[in-house]
Design a protein around this ligand. Structure first.
Ligand SMILES: [Zn+2]
Length: 245
């Protein structure tokens, strides 16, 4: 009986590890996707900033043209001034020139404002470019690491599947059927150790008489509470099997 139980312990180990590996294998591509999503987010932020930058540069150009136009108007009005005869017209023309000059000052202030914004953005853009460079390098490094881990998992999985195939060949068909039945219905755990009278999976106590029977180890027994195949966890032979896994 001990040999049969030992085989099931090994089989359960393979199944547990296979399940872990399959979960990890599913996480790898998700992790890669997360890095790529983060990168894309920063890239789109940079793109947005770039378009704001372009708008500001156009704005600067437009205001500069405005100043030029005002200069031309001031020049024209000044020339006109020398041809004016009446005092009233002269005063009006002077006021016009004065207004144009005021408008020019205000517009020049706007240029300074826009240029300050552009300076700030140029600095921010340089920092972002540096950040995206770092993020790209990090994403590449992580992707490579994850792919390497996945390759290692694939090798281990193939190895485990082969071991599992050999173990199932050695288990008696009736016992294997029971194991597979429980494995499917008991959340992947078909076999449980019992230590000091307590099932280590459902954590309930086994009646003392049953526990004594289990220690003797003459029959294949199941936990009266969770129905899993049970074995005495303190048995040295089983501990040896487990330490070799
Ligand atoms: Zn149990």
């Amino acid at each position: 009986m001990k040999e049969k139980i030992s085989l099931l312990i090994r089989l359960q180990y393979c199944d547990n590890r296979i399940r872990e590996i399959l979960t990890k294998k599913g996480e790898g591509p998700l992790e890669i996707k997360k890095f790529e999503d983060d990168l894309r987010k920063v890239e789109s932020e940079i793109e947005e900033e770039r378009s704001k930058f372009d708008t500001l540069r156009k704005e600067r150009h437009r205001i500069e043209q405005e100043v030029q136009e005002l200069d031309q108007k001031i020049e024209k009005s000044t020339i006109k001034l020398s041809h004016i005869k009446s005092n009233k017209e002269y005063t009006a023309a002077l006021k016009e020139i004065d207004d144009l000059k005021k408008a020019k000052f205000i517009t020049e202030d706007k240029i300074i404002e826009v240029m300050e914004k552009i300076d700030g953005m140029e600095q921010g853009a340089a920092e972002r470019e540096l950040r995206i460079k770092e993020l790209r390098a990090e994403a590449d490094k992580n992707k490579e690491r994850i792919l390497q881990e996945l390759a290692i998992l694939d090798r281990e999985l193939a190895d485990l599947e082969e071991k599992r195939r050999l173990f199932t060949k050695d288990v008696e068909p009736d016992i294997l059927r029971k194991y597979l039945f429980l494995h499917e219905r008991k959340n992947g755990l078909a076999i449980s150790s019992v230590v000091t009278g307590v099932c280590q999976t459902c954590h309930l106590e086994i009646p003392p008489q049953k526990f004594n029977e289990l220690i003797r180890g003459n029959a294949l027994m199941t936990c009266p509470h969770c129905n899993r195949i049970m074995y005495w966890g303190d048995d040295e032979d089983f501990q040896k099997v487990k330490s070799m896994l």
